[in-house]
Each structure stands twice: as C-alpha cells, then as structure tokens.
Design a protein around this ligand. Structure first.
Ligand code: PLP
Length: 374
C-alpha cells in the first residue's frame, strides 16, 4: 500500500454489489474474481460485501492470496486460479480448504504425493485451449483422469480461459476454444468424473452463450467496466456502475502567461494567458507519466486538461476555463483523477485510453493507494 502521498481512493461497495447482482440475473453461478487485491478494490472488503449478495465461491490468483482470504474469516469456497507453486502452497490446499486448478503433470504428482500424508482433496483441472499459458492439453484429459481414478484426489471442477472473448467478431476463435474445452470435459466424463465446468470471463459471460457452462468467472465487469465497450452491457438487465474513485489535492494555483512553458522539458507552452493548478499526484502514485499532455481531471465538476509532463508527485492542469466562469480554484480543493462530480466524471475507459493501457491495469495500479470504503 502506497502511504507517502495525499491520494484518496474511494471504493463504492454498493456499486460493486449492484454489478454482481446484474450478472446473477443472467447466470446461475457467478464466481467473483478478486485476484490481485480485487483488481485494486480490496480482497477482504470486496469478498465480505459480495457474500451479502449470495456469492458462494471466490476466485483469487496465487494460493497464498486464497489463504489470506481464508484467514480473514471467509468460509466460502475459495479458488486459487494460478495453482500451487511451492510445497507450502500444496500444504495450504488442505490447511485452508482451497480448491485450485492443477495444470501440469509435475504439479499433479506433487499433489498426489501430498495426499498420501494429508488425505482426500478436491481439485480443479485447468485445460489449455489456446492461451498457451497454463493447463493440460485437452488430449491429455484421459491420462489425467487415469492418474486420478480411484485415488484420494478428486477433480470437481474444470476450467479454461478465453483469449479473444472481448473482441467483437471473434466468435470463431471463441467457438474453437469452447470446442477444445468440451473435448477435455468429454474425456473426464468418460472416466466417470462429473465436474463443474467454467470457461467464461466477464466478456464471455455476457455475449458468448456457448461458454455459459456451469459457472462463470466475473472480473472486470464486477468493477464496472464493459470489456466489449457497450455490446456486453446491452445483454445485462441494467447499467454497470464504476466502483473506484480517486482524488488528490490542489497545492497551488497561479497564472501561466502566454508564451510561458511548464514542467520538465517545457513540453507545453501556453498559447494564451492561462491559469494552472498544481495537483499533488504523480507517477510515484501509479498515476502514469503517459498521461502527460493527454489526460484530464475533474475540478469543481468541470474537465481540466493536464499540461506538460506528469512529475513524480505533481501534475499541472489548466483551470483557465473555470476561472472564466467565476469558479475559484483554491489550494486544498479536491481534483478527481477517476470519477468525479458533474456531468462528465473521468471514466476508467478514458483514463486507460489516455495512458495507453486497459482498465484492468488502471485499477490495479491506482488501487495500491490508500483506500476508503463508502
Ligand atoms: C482474471 C481472470 C478472469 C476474469 O477475467 P475478466 O476479463 O476480468 O472478467 C477469469 N478467469 C481467469 C482464469 C482469470 O485469470
């Protein structure tokens, strides 16, 4: 957690819960994905909030994230998407009752060996249907099933991940992966294993009906974003609401006369007499330097553009327009980097676009600042 700055990240748990409930209306079994500190929204806080709406399974990344959630008092099913890496992780599967997809033979054999000492265990199986990151190949399903047959380790879930679910017009590639996944499921079924199958992420769950299966893993849309830029939201019974807002204080306000330049490299020169506000946020706060001369903030309900380079802990914005309307900007005023009052709050999509990235990264990075919950 970054604690040397004046940033405030506000998490609106009510909006997050609203987004979750939208998905529970179109899917029977929605697994919230709360890896990487719930995409910067807070692992334990988000899990506790969603428990109130009936979430019965949570997905995190590494096994120790799952253990942390268990130790915080969560008694629901916890799934660690990335699987066990160390002996400690493997032991943790029993100690913390964690279900994790096993993705290769070396790992499977280590888990089977540990079962000799620890007793029965339910696991998931991850199949690589095209991401080429983790997972057994679908054609290995029979061999995997043979290793597990009659033993103490039982596959109760099968999972795979889509590479192009969020790209319009890529139905063919999605169907290709869905077909490969079905082949793996068939292999497990032939061996007599009945598993909960999940393939869809947010985008898959919204628009790819062939990926519905038994459960879906809901990540980015839980946090208010439509990875399909509106085409996904259309399929939901309501609007997604952003859950993260970020502010920083104005430190100083002063004129920037016509012809004067500002910040490192003098990359911006005023074409007219202007007024700038210096806001106490910079790249040390995970507010990207790529926003230099590109991004915007909200001050007193109005958009203000960034002028010059974003520095380590300071960023200048042009407030000439506000001053012209008689709105006085003063040191101590709150500037909104994300969200904000007025007609045009800064959206996660805009912030990501200006910074040359995606909403996922914007959330993970800004969420590392001090958070408060409203
Ligand atoms: C992160 C992740 C998800 C969630 O994806 P979104 O696009 O955020 O909905 C689902 N499944 C796996 C395996 C993931 O790693």
């Amino acid at each position: 957690m970054i604690d040397y700055n004046k940033l405030r990240v506000r998490i609106r748990l009510d909006n997050l819960r609203h987004n979750y409930r939208l998905f529970t209306k179109i899917h029977d079994n929605v697994i919230p994905v709360i890896k990487s500190d719930a995409y910067g929204h807070g692992l334990v806080e988000v899990a506790s909030a969603l428990e109130k709406d009936g979430a019965t399974t949570f997905a995190v990344g590494f096994v120790h994230e799952a253990a942390k959630l268990r130790e915080a008092g969560c008694d629901k099913r916890i799934m660690a998407l990335l699987g066990p890496i160390s002996d400690e992780d493997i032991q943790s599967l029993w100690d913390h009752r964690i279900i994790t997809p096993i993705s290769h033979f070396t790992q499977l054999k280590r888990v089977l060996a540990a079962a000799g000492k620890n007793g029965p265990l339910d696991i998931g199986l991850k199949f690589d249907t095209g991401m080429r990151r983790l997972g057994f190949l679908p054609e290995e399903a029979d061999e995997v099933a043979a290793l597990l047959k009659g033993g103490p380790v039982t596959p109760v879930m099968a999972t795979s991940h889509l590479a192009r679910a969020d790209e319009p017009g890529q139905e063919k590639d999605v169907a290709l992966q869905a077909g490969r996944f079905q082949a793996a499921l068939d292999g497990l079924a032939r061996a007599g294993f009945s598993v909960e199958a999940n393939l869809a992420n947010s985008a898959g769950g919204m628009v790819h009906d062939n990926c519905r299966l038994d459960s879906m893993r809901l990540g980015i849309s839980l946090y208010g974003c439509d990875p399909l830029e509106g085409a996904g939201e259309e399929r939901l019974p309501g609007k997604l609401l952003p859950a993260m807002e970020v502010t920083a204080p104005v430190m100083q306000v002063h004129p920037l006369k016509r012809g004067e330049s500002i910040s490192y490299g003098w990359t911006f020169t005023a074409e007219r007499d202007s007024v700038v506000a210096i806001v106490g946020v910079g790249y040390a706060d995970n507010y990207s330097r790529a926003l230099s001369n590109k991004g915007e903030m909200v001050l007193h309900g109005r958009r203000v553009p960034i002028r010059g380079r974003v520095c380590m802990q300071m960023t200048a914005v042009d407030v000439t327009g506000l001053m012209g309307e008689g709105i006085e900007v003063l040191p101590g005023d709150e500037a909104w980097l994300l969200g904000g009052p007025g007609e045009r709050p800064v959206t996660p999509e805009e912030l990501a676009e200006w910074g040359g990235t995606i909403t996922y990264e914007a959330f993970c990075l800004l969420g590392q600042n001090r958070r408060e919950y409203v």
